[in-house]
Each structure stands twice: as structure tokens, then as C-alpha cells.
Design a protein around this ligand. Sequence first.
Ligand code: ZN
Length: 448
Amino acid sequence: MFALLASIVDTIKCSHKRGFISTNMKTLTVIILFTLFACVAQAQRICGSEAYKRQLLQTNPSMQNSFDAVELQIAKATKKFSARDTTLNEVINITVVIHVIYKTAAQNISDAQISSQLTALNNDFANLNADKSKRPGAFTGLAADIKIKFCLAQVDPQGNKTTGIIRKSTTADVFTADDAMKSSLRGGNNPWDNKKYLNIWVCALSGRSLGYATPPGANAAIDGVVIAFDVFGTVGSLRASFNKGRTATHEVGHWMGLKHLWGDTDCGDDGIDDTPRQKTYNFGIPVFPNVTSCSPNANGDMFMNYMDFSDDAAMNMFTNDQKKRMRALFATGNIRNSFLSSFACDSNLAQAGSVPAAATPVAAPVVKINQVKIYPNPVQNNLFVNNKNVSAANPQIIQILNTVGVKVYTGSLTKETSNINLSQLATGIYIVKIGENQSQFTTQFIKL
Ligand SMILES: [Zn+2]
């Protein structure tokens, strides 16, 4: 009832703002009704994930096999978790890459806005969100800390350091749920390896959709989450009803296998035991208890669950059984298990910089070993390499490896004395190699 009242109030505000005046009452009524519909529609959360999934299956029916296989994985894993809970509480770290696809300056959202979204995601998934105090007592005991953390990637798929944020300008005014934002050839940007990274595209979306996600089991080329730029994060220029980062929380929930509470059918089911059956979606800011003919008891809908359509200000929890379903994807042998071995948030595993274009010399000149000097040794931040034989015309490859042979830096020397910034390297002993094959010069240094 409150939702309805809220929508009417919202409608009145909207029609008032638009200032329709007409002497013809009939026309006025039609306009007001139309405006009512349009304003309610604008104020409501619309998630494109379910329609997107139907569209995927229409164009590629065999994808159903993949989705069914994931359901089987989840069923087996959740059964195991209910018998033994240890794996359930290990923290899972998800490496995230944000693809900002923009045409206007407003769409090119700030690093601060992106960072605020990561904070909101982490708080929501860890049950550390400040507004959890708004939960009705009847549902408080069901709320879960999912034990999943999100971090911006520090290492890209090529091993180079990264901020985890890619900015790409586009000529497209808006994107639709046809996945063009996920393709460099179609005005977007290709995903990074979906076995190691959660790809999130932030762009302008057409229509009323705030975002959509692939269900687990979709093709690698499209796997990830799409969010409209003006509902992403908690700072910046955001739509008032969607300014707490909950669109991303909701969509990442889908990416981890969660469904809408009402199962996208009348009085449907989301396959989760501890969320009550729900007649349909809620929107706006409902008031507890919101009971319908479909409610199993007097507590009514769990409209404060992230998988409903309520406003950001009304959402504040996932449940214990949603936690089991999400975490089941990461169990041994399951579809998102590879994330457990992604170390892409550890910047120590990155090379100190990207490989310059001139990294591969056409012909490697012979290095006279006694003419190479590296200093200081031990070194704190800046290592100098002096080699009289090196010039722009005669570049040399330089590689630095740790003591177990992992390459931590590759670069190109193009002048007699080069300065290499090693501030990102962990302390320890390193091997430096200059040149190639028989002309290679190798020595060691200590990083403090
Ligand atoms: Zn949704």
C-alpha cells in the first residue's frame, strides 16, 4: 500500500514538475494518466537480466545445457556446505576490472565514483552496510556476511600493472542489452579473462534498464555485468533512487547465480529456502510488513533483499541461503572456482611497467660484459643501468626475475644510462638479465 502511495506521491511530484496545463479536462486526464505511468516507470528499478537471459536462449538455445550444468554444480555444492561449513567461511576474493565506455564527459565517471562502488559492494556483501539497522526484526536473523570481497585488478592479463579501470571513448550514444559494450569492434571493449576477472562495463543504457548481468554459464565473450553510469557508486551525479550502489550489488548477485525473489512469475520462487515466496516485485520504499495473497506468513515480502526491485534506500540484505548458492559457484570443479587462484589483485606479481613498443630489437647487438654496470646495489627504488653499447638505434632487452624464476619486469634499454623504478618490487634478491642468448649479461642485486 505504501508503495502505491509513494508512487502516487512521486507521480504528483513528476506531473507537477512537468507543469501540464490544459483547459480540456479530457485531454488533461489523458495527459495526467500518461505522465503518471511515465513517472512511476522512471522511478522504478528495472533490471534487464531476466529478459536478457531469455534473449540469450532464443538466439542460442544450447546455452540452456550450460545453465543446467551450473544448477547441478550448485545443487551438489550446497548439499556439501549444509553438511560441513568450513569452506563456506573462507573469504573469496574477486578481481574486478571496470570498463568505462563513454561518449560524454558525464559518462566518463571519476575514479572516486568507481571506488565508491567497490566500497558499497564490499559493505553489502560483508553485511557491513550502515543501513542494516533498518531491517525488520523478523528478517534480521536471516542476514548473511557472504565472505566475498571485491578488489580492483592490479595486474592485467599480460602481467602488467593496472589500475583495474579501463576508459574507452565510443561514438555510440547509448547501448542496449545486445552486448555491444563488450566488444571492441562494436564500440565497446573486449572482456578480460572471465576465469580470473569479473568484468563490469559502465556505460549509457537505453530505455529504463539500470543494468543486467549474465547468469553463470554464459560464453566467456559476454560474461559479466553491465551498469548504467548514473546508478554506479555512491558519489557523483546519480539518480536519486539508485545512489547507494545497489544496482551493482543486485547485478553481481545475478552474476553469482541469484534470481529475483518472485522468480519472475506470479507468486513464483527463487529457489532459495529462506526468502519468502513473493507475488511480484516491490518498488520504491515499502513499509514492513508488506503482505500479499502469496505471502507464507504475516511477515510478508522480504522487500529489503538486494534481489527485489526496491529503491537503493530500501535494500539492505542477502540471506544465508543466498550465500550458499552464490558460494557454491566457487567450489572445487565449479564454474567460478578459477577465481580462487587469481592473484590479479597482488601488485607484487606485476611487471614494473608495460613493455615499451621498442622492446624487441630487430638485431640484438653483442653486449660487452665488462661495459655493463648496475648501481646502487643494494637498491631501494631506482636502479641505474649503464651500458656504453646501448643507444636508441641499438636497444637491449632487460629482464628482472625473482629467485624462483618469475619474471617481474621486462623493459627496453634505449640509452647509455637508464633508470628503472623498482619501488613496486617486494624486498629480496633478484636476477637481472640484459641482452639475449650468447651476448647476455646476468647479475644479481638486492632490493631493500
Ligand atoms: Zn535483476
